[in-house]
Every structure is written in C-alpha cells, then in structure tokens.
Design a protein around this ligand. Sequence first.
Ligand SMILES: [Zn+2]
Length: 400
Amino acid sequence: MPQEPQTAGAGALLAILRDGRARTRAELVQLTGLARSTVSQRLDALMQDGWVVPTEDAIASGGRPAVAFVFNESVRVVLAADLGATHARLAVLDLGMSVLAEKAVELHVDKGPRETLDRVVVEFEELLGGLGRDLAQVCGVGVGLPGPVDHSTGRPANPPIMPGWDAFPVPEWLGERLGAPVLVDNDVNIMALGEHWTVGGNTDHLIFIKIGTGIGCGIISGRRLHRGAQGAAGDVGHIQVVSASEEVCRCGNVGCLEAVASGASMAAALRAEGVEAEGSRDVVTLLRAGDTRAARLIRQAGREVGGVMAAIVNFFNPSTIVIGGDIAEAGEHVLAGVREAIYSRSLPLATQHLTIRASRLGDRAGVIGAAAMVVEHVLAPDTIDQSVQTPPVDPAALGG
Ligand SMILES: [Zn+2]
C-alpha cells in the first residue's frame, strides 16, 4: 500500500505558503496531491496555532470566490544577536525576516559569558517591550559569537578572545531566560547565512569572506552551511602565503594570510611607519581621508586574499564570493585586488560566471543570518509537524 508522501504534513503545506502567495484549498490539493479533506485538516491545525490565516480577499476560481490562505509572518518573532569582541548588534525580526527593531550596543565579551549574556537578555526584553511584544511570542533565538562554536551543542570551543566562555552552555543559559530554543554559531557562518538569504534560491554555492581584525570565511555549499567535521571549515586566515614568509601570526605560525592581510596586521604596519592606527576601522578611516599608505596596504591585502581565494575558487567553484567585515568598507580598493588575483590565477571555467562583490547587508549580515538560521529551524516541516496537532489521516480519504 502506498505511504502518505513525506511531503504531506502540515509543515509541508506551510513550506509551500512561505513564499508569501495566497493559495486556495484547491491549489494546495493540486500542489500536494493530498485529499481535500486532509488539506483542510492540515490548514485547520496551522490556523489554530496562527501560522496560517485566511486572506481578506477571496480568489475567484471558476465563477465562485474561494477562500485563500496565507502564511502569517507576524505570528511569532525571532531574536537575533551578533556579538563581536567589543560591540553587539541585537534585533527582533518577524518570520518573513523583516527587522522590526534593532540596536547596536557596546558590549565586551571578555567580561565573561554570564555578564555578557545577562545584558543581551535585558536588551532583548527592552526591544520587545518597545514593540508591545513579549517573550511568549518568541519562537527562537539566534546568536553569533566571535570565536569557534561546536554547532551541535552551541558551546564555544576554545575561543581565543573570549576568556571564560570555553564550553559555556550558551543555548541552555539563554533558553532558560528567554523561554525559546537557542541556536549558536560563529560570526562568519551567520554572516554567510545572511548574505545567502539576500540572494535566496538563485545561488547554491557562496563563499563569504570576512576581513576584519582577523580573516575567516563561511561556506554555503548546495544552499547549506558547510561547517566541516569539527566546525572549523572556512578558517582561511591561517593558510600560508608566500609574501608573508617572514611574518609571525597570532596563531604562532609564520606566513599566515592573516599576518599580512587582516585589519590588525595593516594597522600594525601603519604604526611601524609612525601612523596612528589601532585596528581595522582606523585603516579604513585613513583610506577615506586620502592616506596613500593605507590605500596601498588595502590593495595589497585584497591581492593576498584574492590569491588564497583563487585556490578556493579552483577547488570549490562557488558562483558568488562576498567580501564583508570592516575592511570591505574600503569598497573597490579591496575588491580590485581580490578580483585581480582571482581572475589571473583561477581556471577560466570556474570564473566564467563568478560574481565577486561587497556585502549587501554590511553590519546587519550577522543578525539577518542568525535570524535566518532560527527561521529555517523553527519552520522546517519536521519541526512544524511536531508542534501542531493534526489528527491521524483517515485512510478512506487517502488518494480521494
Ligand atoms: Zn596564523
């Protein structure tokens, strides 16, 4: 006897409606191959939890108007936090990924997990209060951290700039206080998710490279984040480059990309020439003020990053490379170097349709990506099927 198709649950119906188009029962019957009575049961279950609402305007079909149903993006909200070393961006989004409220705050992760996350909870409550919403409407929380994270547990794994955070149970700690599931990943991965969300279904393979204090990249392969066996995928900052053969990296090795092309290394090079520069933002500020030394360093950094990316393009064949992080603010100054190296050293077939561009989301990439990670989890058909109450399918209705 044929089984009810896997795509038959309430979650699968919701997945169809998530594109924002209203559909009638008849259209949903046609799209799913389910019996009309089964579609009605699923819709009732989804409406009971508010995931789906009937639209105001009925759609005319065959002379008689029929009720249509649409995904209710505002039924729940998502909380997103992108924590950097000294600053954090926090946002409340709806399920359609619209930012309802956001703020940037000074927050030092080296104060340890409890003090930092306490503040995150307070800021989230304030943002929700400003919207007239409360924690009961939160369906999930996404957090990006500036260090390695074991994605399966959501716990930081020996993060170099986060004393006291190693193996701290971030999801449990926040989940207890916010009353919703919490997903945690490193900042570059969530930024890659954010940029991939902006291009949606048009891009299967994308590399997001962040050039800030350090250098790292997030990999979208087949529309999914590729984290690797231990979550260490994308750590391109410590790939060896020839021009850095004399430079000692913060990791202890000699010759890393980060030692010549990161914001920290460029600031150090400027200081060695007597120019005041503390970090990556200062390098960009100097560039904008017309400093030719900063311009030269940024162009060279672009070429160094491009050289490593050229190898990655040959190996991985992405369709899009997005440059983000503070140094991406240098725009064409850094992109020109990246393009130059990639086009001169990658195989023509791999670069034929390759797009290399700056981040579209800028500072927002992290919170958008953190929210996208949560929405994909919360609205996954399996998760929805478990959360809504649907009566067992009447065998007589199958195939009807
Ligand atoms: Zn290194």
